[in-house]
Design a protein around this ligand. Structure first.
Ligand code: NAD
Ligand code: UGA
Length: 480
């Protein structure tokens, strides 16, 4: 029986291993983590992450061929294949701070593997890492090898949160990079055999190590670039009276462009896009490629511009001040169908409004009050640490309250900001919301979920990203 151990029971480690266990009954899968609470949650009825379809998959194989454990050393030493799916955050201090990837957690996992291993192992990079990380890991392992043979593979993960299970069950591709030696090829084949239980052979791509590592960074950069491109166009739409949804549709109809990932928004969030592009920028700079670095950095700058632009619209349209005014924030997660708030645009928007002394009432169907308060108290880049290293009980900000539903959040508010595209925000009774708000009542739709015309008919002043502005907003221009 092949034994797999995955270090890191997070958004990637948990769902990925659940699917491997489900699809490969003959493989024993153990997911380990340094966070005792996270492992306890994986073993409970309340899984530590919300992901549609995940509960079902975990319940089907947990206790059979899927285990969650804190006994890291035991399970690593017994495994044939060790996946490493730990945090690789942006460095916050020292060389490369603000751009380079912090490999502290990866390196400590690699050193632990070297220390506890008693048999040959395939070590799989599942985390997103800088190009040539496999070489560094190889050095750590072989310099401490005690005669054990290690093969390092790069097997980056392409799942998106909210659709993780369908992405894993039916991936566009699985990418495996390995050394082009007989041992390397054998290791690649062993991992291929695992995926071949459910992924068609033509979707399992094999490359050299460095191409696999770079493909992951490039894939995220391309995806984020599309969003920044349509967001740049959204600003131009507002200035000219064009409609960004129409433009995106027309552009996406070209089969060379394609229709996906062209939704203008308040900005992209999530744990990866910004981190991975910064990493790409840093690697380009280290290789003396400043033109390449500047090119990709623009994607981040456009995203920051979009978030600032949104805040400026809110403040400018309310007579240039939100001081003491209640603003309802609907949605705090970085996208729908997840409770994840890492690098969510909602944090930047809320911080911008708080700087202008607004009072904020936040409602999100999946994000807890503690998480929101923690996010608003956390400095940039510090959120991507293992949970137990994050501040435990931040002082709650008194200008921020958490509401049970959208109606409570909006009661008595001057404005409503929609920051996550939860389906339920499309179905709200906006007439009821309007009646309970201060007048003039504003809706700022950062996700284009509402029909601006219907809301205007109720009486709202509506701002929707990239949509023609109503006369109120035209007369209250915001600094771009
Ligand atoms: P996460 O924070 O949810 O999970 C990482 C886990 O690793 C944490 O539970 C942490 O406690 C644990 N950990 C850290 N150091 C450890 C150690 N030395 N030993 C044991 N456990 C340790 O992060 P994630 O979202 O799962 O991301 C993991 C990696 O996968 C990152 O490199 C990320 O860029 C990449 N990735 C993430 C996604 C995504 O959708 N979240 C998708 C593709 C790739
Ligand atoms: C992204 C990639 O899509 C995955 O392929 C990748 O594996 C993952 O990053 C990773 O490396 O972590 P994820 O961040 O989970 O997945 O979610 P996305 O669906 O990509 O959305 C990212 C952000 O972009 C969200 O804030 C979303 O609202 C925003 N977005 C997305 C837009 O603003 N417009 C769009 O058209 C699409």
């Amino acid at each position: 029986m092949v034994k797999i151990c995955c270090i890191g029971a997070g958004y990637v480690g948990g769902p990925t291993m659940a699917v491997i266990a489900l699809k490969c009954p003959s493989v024993e899968v153990v997911v380990v983590d340094i966070s005792v609470n996270r492992i306890a949650a994986w073993n409970s009825d309340q899984l530590p992450i919300y992901e549609p379809g995940l509960d079902d998959a975990v319940k089907q194989c947990r206790g059979k061929n899927l285990l969650f454990s804190t006994d890291i050393e035991k399970h690593v030493s017994e495994a044939d294949i060790v996946f490493v799916s730990v945090n690789t955050p942006t460095k916050t201090r020292g060389l490369g701070a603000g751009k380079a990837s912090d490999l502290t957690y990866w390196e400590s996992a690699a050193r632990m593997i070297a220390e506890v291993s008693k048999s040959d192992k395939i070590v799989v990079e599942k985390s997103t890492v800088p190009v040539r990380t496999a070489e560094a890991i190889e050095k750590i392992l072989t310099h401490n090898s005690k005669g054990i043979n290690y093969q390092i593979l790069s097997n980056p993960e392409f799942l998106a949160e909210g659709t993780a299970m369908q992405d894993l069950f039916n991936p566009d591709r699985v990418l495996i990079g390995g050394r082009e030696t007989p041992e390397g090829r054998k290791a690649v084949q062993a991992l291929k055999d695992v995926y071949a239980h459910w992924v068609p052979e033509d979707r399992i791509l094999t490359t050299d190590l460095w191409s696999a590592e770079l493909s992951k960074l490039a894939a995220n950069a391309f995806l984020a670039q599309r969003i920044s491109s349509i967001n740049a166009i959204s600003a131009l739409c507002e200035a000219t009276g064009a409609n960004v949804s129409e433009v995106a549709y027309a552009v996406g109809k070209d089969s060379r462009v394609g229709p996906k990932f062209l939704n203008a928004s308040v900005g992209f969030g999530g744990s990866s896009f910004q981190k991975d592009i910064l990493n790409l920028v840093y690697i380009s700079e280290c290789n003396g490629l400043s033109a390449v670095a500047n090119y990709w950095y623009q994607v981040i700058q456009m995203n920051d511009y979009q978030k600032n632009r949104f805040v400026n619209r809110v403040v400018a349209s309310m007579f240039n001040t939100v001081s003491g005014k209640k603003i309802a924030v609907l949605g705090f997660a970085f996208k729908k169908d997840t409770g994840d708030t890492r690098e969510t645009p909602a944090v930047d928007v809320c911080k911008g409004l708080l700087r202008d002394k607004a009072t904020i009432s936040i409602y999100d169907p999946q994000v807890t009050e503690d998480q929101i308060q923690r996010d608003l108290a956390t400095n940039k880049f510090y959120w991507d640490r293992p949970v137990h290293l994050q501040p435990m009980s931040p002082t709650a900000m008194k200008q921020v309250s958490i509401a049970w539903d959208a109606y409570e959040a909006a009661k008595g508010a001057h404005g409503v900001c929609i920051l996550t595209e939860w389906d339920e925000f499309k179905e709200l009774d906006y007439r009821r919301i309007y009646n309970d708000m201060q007048k003039p009542a504003f809706v700022f739709d950062g996700r284009n979920v509402v029909d601006p015309e219907k809301l205007r008919a109720i009486g709202f002043i509506v701002y929707a990203i990239g949509k023609p502005l109503d006369s109120w907003l035209k007369n209250m221009p915001a600094v771009a």
